[in-house]
Design a protein around this ligand. Structure first.
Ligand code: HEC
Length: 106
């Protein structure tokens, strides 16, 4: 009995942790004013599109880094290195990912 309880509690914790981490990566519309302080005039649609592209393009070789790990300057440096690694040369897609990361940055 005790054993089963532990497993169930463990599973709930895991699920909660997983939700917590995706929630940090996924934008929230109520934070749009904060995003626009970093990236003026960005729309919520653009932030969302950038988030989806980011998770598709940048999760192949390592875990997705939380946008909050870096400042705009830090992301700029990382992206200069990572866009070629990801073979992403579509400028429009680069902009969407860049602006999403800038908007949610440290
Ligand atoms: C082809 C594999 C590959 C892809 C795709 C890739 N990365 Fe990386 N990334 C790496 C490797 C390898 C490292 C660690 C070594 C290094 O810094 O070069 C790394 C490190 C990083 C770091 C940490 C840098 C540091 O200084 O610690 C960040 C942030 C990052 N990647 C972001 C991204 C983003 C954003 C994308 C999507 C545009 C992306 N990566 C796509 C291979 C990849």
């Amino acid at each position: 009995m005790r054993f089963k309880k532990k497993i169930i509690i463990g599973m709930i914790c895991l699920a909660a942790a997983a939700c917590g981490s995706t929630a940090r990566l996924f934008p929230d519309e109520k934070n749009l004013p904060a995003y626009q302080k970093k990236v003026p005039r960005i729309t919520y649609g653009q932030v969302k599109e950038g988030a989806v592209l980011y998770s598709k393009t940048c999760s192949g070789c390592h875990k997705l880094h939380d946008p909050k790990e870096y400042t705009i300057d830090g992301w700029n440096k990382n992206l200069t290195e990572m866009f070629p690694k990801a073979h992403l040369d579509d400028k429009q897609k680069q902009d969407l990912i860049r602006n999403y990361l800038f908007a949610l940055s440290k």
